[in-house]
Design a binder for this molecule. Structure first.
Ligand code: PEP
Ligand code: MG
Length: 561
């Protein structure tokens, strides 16, 4: 690639929506820098340990500050990822072992740390054979941070990144994107980075357009050249000509994120008057304020496992959960909450459970995990049912794949209600119990299963994974992970029609619900409740206003023909 003025279009993979125009800045990270290695005397050991402890404290302070800023700006998913880095700092392999090794090896801190961390990474790879790319990057990210405090002049610093640039690198550390201000970088381009990598989550959370799978080798030579990053289509345009820039500027203006001046209407009408309820997916209490601003009527999906990310199960008993859930219900007020019980296992190996299974996505996850760990399920259900008195709460069960499984889960919930009453608690008599539609078997048997459901929520993230047999979190397969594949459209249509026939309310809450390009199709299929991440609500509502339902129904017929 040369520095000629020719307009060049490169197709990558769209990771985070949005369009940005700016000068390209190529970042070389992970460059090998030499670690000094020398012997120390026994008398110097305590000084070296002291230096190491200070590096850990400084790293922690830095991460806590970063986390606070992320929460403050509303990037909650990003802040939660930083929490995992903070927790890693407490790992005895990083704390006690290094100190012991400094004393045993009689070498300077950075060299001991460097050797030990190479072993730590190897161990990490062996433990986490799956998902290595994402998680190892987090480990490396943290290790570099500590090293930076031991060798302050060795690592890249943010000041070297020019303002308002389009940042490109082969691969980026999650905290590199978490810490730079969104004014500082307008978009990201990388070679490596999947849809569900931490960097992707942080970029989406911070509303930074992001395209990956771009061969960045040639980009280094054109640092400084103007580029457009189209995170919606996955395109990178080098040297955009005036007409292209004009077209994009028009396009960008149409994308509304938070430009609300007056209280929006709760229900959005399509251009031909069909009412659509845009609801919210919630992962933490922080977004609740935003929901009030947006005048949202319901939380279509509360991912309760996210409230306890990085915590051990022993650390949240029924009472502690009750306090948190009660607070959530009080903050939600009139907003109805579809409270999904812990959806752990598979890619969500939370609660420090260290689940080791040969095939986790097909293993003991979600409802299966809860029914096998009844003490965890019981304490959560009891806490939820008690908190239900403080607002409008419905129970949502993840990954139901069989009618018997659902009946048993409901029996277990009824048993808890009985027991709670026996224990003297006042519990609402009728609690609605709904199911996530995530397993193909649910759709195939929907005429029977729906009879057992009070409401339904379609989880296209898992439904796509299981229908197309494509791992949802594998960067190698993100190009063929197609959430609105005709087979998925057929399934959504089938379940929506059956739910309507049986008069059971149905909504959709997978990532497709946050994608404005899919909104018209979802409405054409017949969905009237769309639950998406809070920050997308204004944009999705805006798209809905321009949808003509009749036209979408006709288009859909031709897709499904
Ligand atoms: C889904 O599977 O579509 C869903 C919403 O659940 P999660 O992404 O939490 O697995
Ligand atoms: Mg799911």
């Amino acid at each position: 690639m040369t520095k000629s003025n020719e307009e060049i279009h490169i197709q990558g993979v769209p990771i985070a929506d949005g369009i940005a125009i700016g000068a390209l800045h190529f970042l070389k990270i992970n460059e090998q820098f030499s670690i000094p290695e020398f012997s120390i005397t026994f008398d110097q050991v305590s000084g070296e340990i002291d230096r190491y402890r200070k590096a850990l404290v400084s790293s922690r302070e830095e991460l806590e500050k970063l986390q606070f800023l992320l929460y403050y700006e509303g990037s909650n998913e990003a802040a939660q990822i930083i929490e995992s880095h903070i927790k890693m700092l407490e790992d005895p392999l990083i704390t006690i072992e290094i100190e012991e090794k400094i004393g045993a090896m009689l070498k300077n801190t950075e060299s001991v740390f460097h050797h030990a961390m190479n072993d730590y990474k190897k161990l990490f790879i062996n433990i986490n054979k799956r998902d290595v790319n994402c998680s190892l990057l987090d480990v490396q990210d943290l290790l570099d941070r500590i090293l930076k405090h031991l060798l302050p002049n060795s690592c890249i610093n943010d000041e070297s990144i020019p303002s308002h640039c389009i940042l490109s690198a082969r691969e980026l550390f999650p905290t590199a994107i978490a810490r730079v201000s969104t004014n500082h970088i307008r978009a990201i381009v990388t070679e490596i980075g999947g849809m569900t990598s931490h960097i992707a989550i942080i970029a989406r959370s911070r509303r930074i357009p992001y395209v990956s799978n771009i061969d960045v080798n040639s980009l280094e030579k054109i640092s400084g050249v103007n580029v457009i990053i189209d995170g919606n289509s996955g395109k990178m345009i080098i040297n955009p000509q005036t007409e292209t820039v004009k077209w994009y500027k028009r396009e960008k203006k149409e994308i509304v994120y938070h430009l609300i001046n007056e209280k929006p209407k709760r229900i959005t009408c399509t251009s031909d008057g069909v009412e659509i309820d845009v609801q919210a997916n919630l992962d933490s209490l922080y977004d609740l304020k935003l929901l009030k601003e947006y005048n949202v009527g319901a939380i279509g999906l509360l991912r309760s496992e996210f409230l306890y990310l990085q915590k051990e199960t022993q650390s949240f008993n029924e009472e502690e959960q009750f306090v948190l859930y009660k607070r959530l219900m009080q903050l939600a007020g009139n907003i109805e909450v579809s409270f999904r019980v812990f959806d752990v296992g598979s890619d969500k190996n939370y609660f420090k459970l260290n689940l080791v299974e040969p095939n986790p996505a097909l293993g003991c996850r979600s409802i299966r995990f809860l029914m096998k760990h009844k003490e965890i399920f019981a304490s959560q259900i009891r806490a939820i049912l008690r908190a239900a008195n403080f607002g409008k709460l419905k129970l949502l069960l993840p990954l139901i794949s069989d009618v018997e499984e659902l009946k048993q889960a409901k029996e277990f919930i009824y048993l808890q209600i009985k027991q709670l009453k026996k224990d003297g608690h006042i519990i609402k008599d009728s609690i609605q119990i709904g199911c996530m539609v995530e397993a193909p078997s649910f759709v195939i048997m929907c005429d029977q299963i729906i009879k057992e459901c009070d409401f339904l929520s379609i989880g296209t993230n898992d439904l796509t994974q299981y229908t197309l047999a494509i791992d949802r979190s594998n960067p190698q397969t993100c190009d063929i992970y197609t959430p609105l594949h005709p087979s998925i459209i057929r399934m959504i249509k089938q379940i929506t029609e059956e739910a309507d026939r049986q008069n059971v309310p149905i909504g959709i809450c997978g990532e497709v619900a946050s994608n404005q390009h899919f909104t018209p199709t979802l409405i054409g299929i017949g969905l009237r409740k769309i639950s998406c991440a809070a920050r997308f609500i204004p944009m999705i509502r805006k798209v809905i206003e321009n949808v003509n339902v009749r036209d979408e129904e006709i288009k859909l017929k031709s897709i499904l023909r």
